[in-house]
Design a protein around this ligand. Sequence first.
Ligand SMILES: [Zn+2]
Length: 322
Amino acid sequence: MSININELSTAKLDFNYWQDIIKNIKHNLDQIIDNKHMSKILKYDIDIEFVFDDLGSEEKFGPNACAKYIDTENNKYQIVLGRKLLTVLRHFSFKVIDYDDIFPKIPRTEINREKLSKLSDTIFYLWVDFICLHEWFHIVRGHLNYGHENLNKNFQIDEFSKNKYFDDNEINLYLEIDADRFAGKVLTGRFSLMQESLAVMLNLNEEDMVEGFSIFMIYLFDLFFLLSDNSRGKVHPSPSERMVFLIAAMQEAIHTNPKLFNLTEEKFLSLTETALKKHYKKHEEEYILNAKDILITMKTLDTYTKIIKDIKLNDYQILKEL
Ligand SMILES: [Zn+2]
């Protein structure tokens, strides 16, 4: 895959540029996570501070995002997004719009440059929304409370390095899948709200939009694997399984709310699955996939359900219900 992390993370963008981006990210977050009505959906009040790590205190080992407790007695948490991570995402969003499998119907001509640049912005913000939601679900699904009570009182979740508080990396990975699952569901709803106007701008239909959404989210996961500590990728679930779970989360969103798109559930399923298959086909050499993978994924799903039950995650969950 032609993603060069070094190249993506070293390109410089100036200070004012980031000020605007942070403002937009916070604005999006306020839209997605409606803090005014939070008390209705949470079992008790919590306080989540959103921090942009401009000094790199959380990024000593490379691009990172994390979720942590800052005051256990007062239920205060923090979500930290690193500057290096945002830089990588921003540059990758510039690159990805030139990939031939991203909205392939848009001619890559000079006249379309402005549209493509807007598309790049949209992709970037959806990626960041996904990461923020993923961190938010680490908190409200009780992952931090679980780790704090059972593993270590300084427990925190770092996205791209091996979690030192787990003896067994397996639970860690299933918590990642859990955060992906719920973030993926919410993001699918968010995308459904904006896809119509985006489709008009790009002169595409709804099917193109759903397939495109699936593909650029899959690319985000490609990026995650490149950013991750390699030792993690060797533990189940594998990178491709995590992608399958993301697609499953999108399908779950449509199953729960069939009105999100003007497509039948079957059509939606087939579009997302086609996107995944096309992506695998294109990057065959990087994902050594075969029929066995499907079976492993089914097993992973069972294991996920079992582990979430075994660790009694519902007892730690701060959300009232899902
Ligand atoms: Zn995570």
